[in-house]
Design a protein around this ligand. Structure first.
Ligand code: P6P
Length: 340
């Protein structure tokens, strides 16, 4: 083992030294999220054995109560975060309303939005899935009930954002606004070890990630972008290639490391599709914070994601995210500033 192992816990403490008034609540909160990630990773890695596709009730091969994995992941996040005393509110993709915190435990000044297990439909076919989280500081006085003003802050107010990807290894990637750091879970001793310091996304990439099956439901600008991309696969120096896993965290993580762009635009496939499919508060905003900290950008095709003023907890948004130059090209097409 190297003489100096930078664990997630040590890294958070190191970062915390930049905030002399820090109380330790933020450090505890990130530690609670890391605990939830380990619990979820442990079960994701046994998914095929736990028969997680079934509903609740009955027993799995280990004699444990059978649970759907996304229900388990949601409970793991809620129970890991509820008692640490750092939060005054939680919002989960799995819960319609703000999750209340018990009066039996101390509360804090932070709010955490999370998608406990994004891409869970891919579990049964062993595709990488992920947990996404976004942390804000409350804006109303402590000790009073949390209001919409606290839980519907624009993305530029985030104090931390991150994701966990459960893939060939389990990685936790996060930013507090001082760069992006990736930690790989060492299952032998259950710690997240710094494996990707100061992640930077290339300003331009070869990869574009879109679900081309939706082509006929897109606006003309997006269709023109894909036609332009498809042409490049044949001839010119751009040498683009299409990679689409259908699991947001997996597609985003690959593009973050290799460069490229992920686009989930609005479509007229359904009424809700007009606002896109992905959620602003616990998918687009946290990934936008991360990608900007890594030198990339994120918009809805017109407006910077982190400038959007939220109006509801689960609102959707179109998402164009990745290498800065690639995002700019997609925006030019979507805004009909270019057609080829
Ligand atoms: P589609 C998974 O269901 C998810 O929410 C994201 O993880 C993923 O990027 C997207 O939906 C895939 O959606 O419509 O292409 O299957």
């Amino acid at each position: 083992m190297s003489e100096f192992v930078m664990t997630l816990q040590r890294h958070i403490l190191e970062q915390g030294r930049n905030y002399p008034t820090a109380t330790g609540a933020f450090t505890r909160l990130l530690g609670d999220i890391a605990l939830a990630a380990k619990l979820i990773s442990h079960n994701v890695n046994k998914a095929g054995l736990l028969d997680i596709v079934g509903g609740a009730g009955g027993e799995n091969v280990f004699g444990e109560a059978q649970q759907k994995l996304d229900v388990y992941a949601n409970q793991a996040m809620i129970k890991s975060l509820a008692f640490g005393g750092s939060l005054c509110a939680m919002v989960s993709e799995e819960n319609e309303d703000v999750i209340p915190l018990s009066d039996d435990y101390p509360t804090g000044k932070y709010i955490c939005h999370f998608d406990p297990l994004d891409g869970s439909s891919n579990i049964d076919v062993n595709v990488s899935i992920g947990t996404i989280f976004s942390i804000y500081r409350r804006v109303t006085p402590e000790g009073q009930p949390v209001t919409d003003e606290d839980v519907l802050q624009p993305g530029y107010c985030q104090v931390c954002a991150g994701y966990v990807i459960y893939g060939s290894s389990t990685m936790l990637v996060y930013t507090t606004g001082a760069g992006v750091y990736g930690f790989t879970l060492d299952p032998d001793f259950g710690s997240f070890i710094l494996s990707h310091p100061k992640i930077r996304i290339p300003t331009k990439g070869r990869i574009y990630s879109v679900n081309i099956a939706n082509f006929n439901f897109w606006e003309s600008g997006m269709q023109n972008y894909v036609r332009w991309s498809l042409q490049s696969e044949r001839s010119d120096s751009r040498n683009l290639t299409n990679r689409y896993i259908g699991s947001l965290v997996a597609d985003f993580h690959r593009n973050l490391l290799k460069g490229g762009i992920f686009v989930y635009p609005s479509d007229n496939k359904s009424e809700s599709g007009r606002d896109g499919k992905l959620r602003l508060m616990y998918e687009a905003n946290p990934l936008a914070f991360i990608v900007e900290q890594a030198g990339g950008s994120a918009s809805d095709g017109h407006t910077r994601i982190m400038d959007k003023k939220p109006t509801s907890l689960h609102q959707r948004t179109p998402l164009v995210i990745g290498s800065k130059e690639d995002v700019q090209i997609v925006e030019e097409f979507i805004q009909n500033k270019r057609t080829s």
